[in-house]
Design a protein around this ligand. Structure first.
Ligand code: NAP
Length: 433
């Protein structure tokens, strides 16, 4: 092999890059290094557990992992087991595909009270991510406030609003299913600081909110405009009109008595989380949209809630040995090239936007850059990695090992569910003993 590439992170951006490198050059050896034993990043830990079809893309990633020139090294942490500098010494190119695992902070008074839990942590909790399986969020509340009008906010609102039977076909963590089914939740609020036209959730996700078994969406008809004004593409105008039509449909639902309600509250910017030693409520300011921005009107209101879940976007984590743009929470690059030999793809390159397939062109672009930058590699790659891990006593999880863990999860699946997830690293590794 003349080109050795290490990809750090095994989410969609990592796997699309591996695929592009594999197809791009026959002399390229590709090693995917992942901190957790389980691969697939947000496919496993971020995509909503009741959106199983979105996870089907993992089958393609599995095919990539099984290619002859690709190898998976799970449960190896760059920055702890091995430094980035060490890795760069071993491989001709290193691609960082570590995503954006941190929450953007809610910087209002009370934003750090117990009972305020960012979406990265909360979604990780119900998805059984080992980092968050012992989170124990206080969901034994009647009122829950979700801040934000993106797809993550709507995912959270939907998962909290579904019945046990609706969640049965999901791969939600056992403990989360039990907690949600037992919680006395009656009112979930989704607060958008701008209006319904500016909301970022997509129509499929919005429509689902009108199809829940024991939950009804609540929308004030007065906030829904008759026309979609302003400069935008025809496509955007159509999509926004569709959302408004769906929301209008929600205002016409009558005669349904349900245990839960999801309130879509627009033009409401959070200004303070209320409570002494834990969350008891949220104070918000009514806004209007001026030149696309939310502007406060000076009118305030409060709601009672015991849990506040900001779903207001993510940040990447710095990687020791790589430059980090702290203002934007990502690594600056030139189309993915940080410098020859070091590259970024996915959310750590672009910030936390787009869907899974948005990562595919990132991978292709970086594979081409690498091919151009390094016509002939001269570093040992895999042999050096395995020697170093062996020396340091790091027992990595191979893809065959992961397949055993995967099979054990599938074998333990409750009725109707695709799998029962192991939610700690210890439990995953126990399968391999
Ligand atoms: P997002 O789409 O950027 O939405 C973030 C939301 O938070 C926006 O409504 C934003 O309002 C609001 N916000 C930001 N700062 C705020 C503040 N200080 N106070 C109040 N509200 C604030 O991000 P996301 O929901 O985390 O999703 C990330 C990406 O993953 C998106 O591209 C999303 O489409 C994708 N995703 C897709 C799916 C799916 O396809 N089913 C599911 C999950 C995620 P403004 O608009 O006013 O800034």
């Amino acid at each position: 092999m003349t080109l050795s590439v290490a990809i750090v992170g095994s989410g969609p951006s990592g796997f699309y890059t591996a695929d592009a490198l594999y197809r791009g050059r026959e002399d390229c050896q590709i090693d995917i290094i992942e901190r957790l034993p389980a691969p697939y990043g947000l496919i496993r830990g971020g995509v909503a557990p009741d959106h199983q079809t979105t996870k089907n893309v993992a089958r393609n990633f599995e095919k990539t992992a099984l290619r002859d020139r690709v190898r998976y090294y799970g449960h190896v942490c760059i920055g702890a087991d091995l430094s980035l500098a060490e890795l760069r010494g071993m491989y001709d190119a290193v691609v960082l595909a570590t995503g954006a695992p941190l929450d953007r902070p809610l910087t209002i008074p009370g934003g750090d009270l117990p009972g305020v839990i960012g979406s990265a942590d909360f979604v990780g909790w119900y998805n059984g991510h080992p980092d968050f399986s012992d989170l124990e969020p206080p969901i034994d509340q009647a009122g829950v406030a979700v801040i934000g009008n993106g797809n993550v906010a709507i995912d959270i609102a939907r998962v909290l609003s579904k019945t046990r039977a609706e969640l049965a076909p999901a791969d939600i963590a056992d403990y989360a299913l039990e907690a949600i089914a037992a919680a006395p939740i009656t009112d979930v609020y989704m607060f958008g600081r701008r209006g319904p036209v500016e909301a970022k959730f997509t129509n499929v996700e919005l429509r689902e909110m009108g199809e829940l078994a024991d939950c009804v969406p609540v929308v004030d008809p007065d906030v829904l405009p008759e026309t979609i004004d302003g400069e935008m593409s025809d496509r955007d105008r159509r999509l926004k009109a569709k959302n408004i039509e769906t929301l209008r449909g929600f205002t016409e639902i009558t005669g349904r008595t349900t245990t839960k309600r999801v309130h879509f509250v627009f033009h409401a910017a959070p200004v303070e989380v209320l409570g002494e030693d834990r969350v008891t409520g949220l104070r918000l300011e009514r806004t209007k949209v001026v030149d696309g921005r939310a502007v406060g009107t000076g009118a305030f209101f409060e709601i009672d809630c015991g849990l506040v879940l900001p779903a207001i976007g993510y940040r990447s984590a710095p990687v020791d040995g790589a430059p980090f743009n702290d203002d934007y929470g990502l690594i600056d690059s030139n189309d993915g090239r940080v410098e020859p030999g070091l590259y970024v793809v996915g959310w750590i390159k672009r910030g936390p936007t787009g869907v899974i397939a948005t990562n595919r062109p990132d991978g292709k672009q970086v594979a081409e850059l690498i091919a151009g930058d390094i016509p002939n590699g001269d570093k040992p790659g895999r042999a050096a990695l395995e020697a170093a891990l062996g020396e340091k006593g790091v027992a990595w999880v191979s893809f065959a090992d992961w397949q055993k863990i995967d099979a054990a999860e599938i074998a333990a699946a409750p009725d109707g569910a695709p799998r029962r997830k192991f939610t700690t690293i210890t439990d995953m590794l126990a399968v391999l003993d």
